[in-house]
Design a protein around this ligand. Structure first.
Ligand code: PFF
Length: 449
């Protein structure tokens, strides 16, 4: 079905595309709230260790598999390992993409509402308590959150069906650095607030008594979520990468840029959390109740809030298109749909689930499974189960099943194996699969340390 592949822009810059996928709500919304719920500094250190030790190698592996396999994740595994069941990873990825895109669209919908609130100056003269109630009233209502979720998904579908990722790439290159600048401005304001030290210490002073098997699993889940790893997104994108691109430096740059944005977001948020007397473990609303406080305390806050929420919507969009692309590429290439039909089918099916997620804070907050609302269930299962298990299978495949020579070909081409490549292979074969398995089994209680 090779002809179906060109709907998505043919070949495009790997860094811009993968960075667009990686940088998103995961950095600015999820990282601070999950860190706040898991005790702060110790979580942060473990998260960083996972990025370096597991994240970067897995990113490089996914890029290699995609570029060698030349298809969506499912198809790539069928190409690389015919007559085996590894394509199952592709199916897990489609399931993961469904779950993540559903709750992601709901949160992106909140961002759209906050962009609107910023424009009409709704944060003005509100104190911390007012902002909390503003967030709660909005997220628990049954109409606007649903509308915004569907608007956001629709925009995502529009980009994917029009195959205008090339255009998006051009904007990403300008807008992501701008996002970076705005966050740095927020950082400067946040760290100069009265009482900022407490927030910085929460973030950077690890309290090791806070570490538990759950915290470690959450850190792993957040690392993979933030880098878009473990479900084949980067494999799917990898299949569009030009053979001339150097994958190693791309994987490193994308991972570092992504981590930098998360850390800077933490520095913007935690000093303010403490300065304004907000609970660090407030949950998914943390960013939405904290930052409007900061905007009010800075000159030009009105304009900054508009630019910030606008850029956050764009960052969310460049991530959500990568999630939708996983589903659409699978439907188009494996089920022989046209891209337009595949996008339509995905939009409708994800839309239904997205609405359920959007309603999880209001009318459907009592609908729970294992004590989780639908939103929480999708977030937890996708990030802390599907991504780690998917990541483990992918590195296991690359280290033990795939021919080392073909793997090497993608990473260093014809050159002789150097030290760096040998270390990389060691991590992929011996460290990564077992480390992920240990973290996972320990957290679910099948193995106890
Ligand atoms: N990495 C994205 C973010 O941090 O917002 C979210 C995401 C995109 C997760 C794509 C997983 C994925 F496959």
């Amino acid at each position: 079905m090779q002809q179906n592949r060109d709907g998505f822009s043919s070949r495009f810059g790997v860094i811009a595309a993968a960075a667009g996928s990686a940088i998103g709500l995961g950095n600015i919304w999820r990282f601070p709230y999950v860190l706040g719920e898991n005790g702060g500094g110790a979580f942060f250190l473990i998260y960083l260790a996972f990025i370096v030790l597991l994240g970067i190698p897995l990113m490089l592996t996914e890029m290699s598999i995609g570029r060698a396999g030349q298809r969506n994740t499912y198809g790539s595994f069928r190409n690389l390992a015919p007559k085996s069941k590894w394509y199952f990873i592709g199916i897990m990825g489609v399931v993961g993409a469904y779950m993540i895109l559903s709750f992601y669209s709901a949160v992106a919908g909140w961002t759209l509402q906050y962009l609107y609130d910023a424009v009409v100056n709704n944060f003005a003269n509100k104190n911390s308590a007012d902002l909390v109630s503003m967030y709660e009233t909005f997220t628990s209502s049954s109409f606007m959150p649903v509308v915004w979720t569907l608007v956001f998904l629709f925009l995502t579908g529009l980009v994917v069906v029009a195959g205008i990722e090339k255009g998006i790439e051009k904007y990403t290159k300008i807008l992501m650095p701008l996002l970076f600048v705005i966050i740095v401005v927020l950082d400067i304001r946040a760290v100069s607030l009265d009482g900022a030290e407490e927030g910085l210490s929460f973030l950077f002073n690890p309290d090791f008594s806070k570490i538990s098997s759950k915290v470690v699993l959450e850190a792993l889940g957040q690392a993979f979520f933030s880098l878009s790893l473990g479900m084949g997104t980067i494999i799917t994108y990898g299949s569009y990468i030009d053979k001339k691109e150097k994958l190693f430096s791309s994987a490193v740059s994308v991972s570092l840029a992504d981590t930098a944005i998360a850390v800077l977001a933490g520095v913007a948020i935690f000093p303010a959390v403490f300065a304004f007397g907000i609970e660090p473990d407030s949950g998914p609303g943390l960013v939405f109740i904290t930052l409007p406080n900061v905007f009010q305390q800075m000159p030009g806050g009105y304009f900054f809030s508009i630019i910030f929420f606008f850029l956050l919507v764009i960052a969310a969009l460049t991530s959500s298109i990568s999630l939708l692309e996983v589903i659409v590429a699978y439907f188009a290439e494996e089920l022989n749909m046209t891209r337009a039909k595949a996008t339509m089918v995905s939009f409708i099916s994800v839309g239904v689930l997205g609405v359920l997620c959007a309603l999880s804070f209001g009318p459907m907050s009592k609908v729970t499974l294992f004590g989780f609302t639908i939103f929480q269930l999708f977030d937890y299962v996708a990030s802390n189960i599907l991504l780690p298990v998917g990541g483990m299978l992918i590195v296991f495949f690359a280290g033990w099943v795939w021919a080392r020579s073909r793997f090497k070909q993608e990473i260093i081409g014809e050159s002789k194996e150097n030290g760096l490549f040998k270390i990389f292979m060691f991590i992929i074969k011996f460290v990564a699969p077992f480390a992920i398995a240990l973290v996972f089994l320990n957290a679910v209680g099948l193995l106890k340390f």
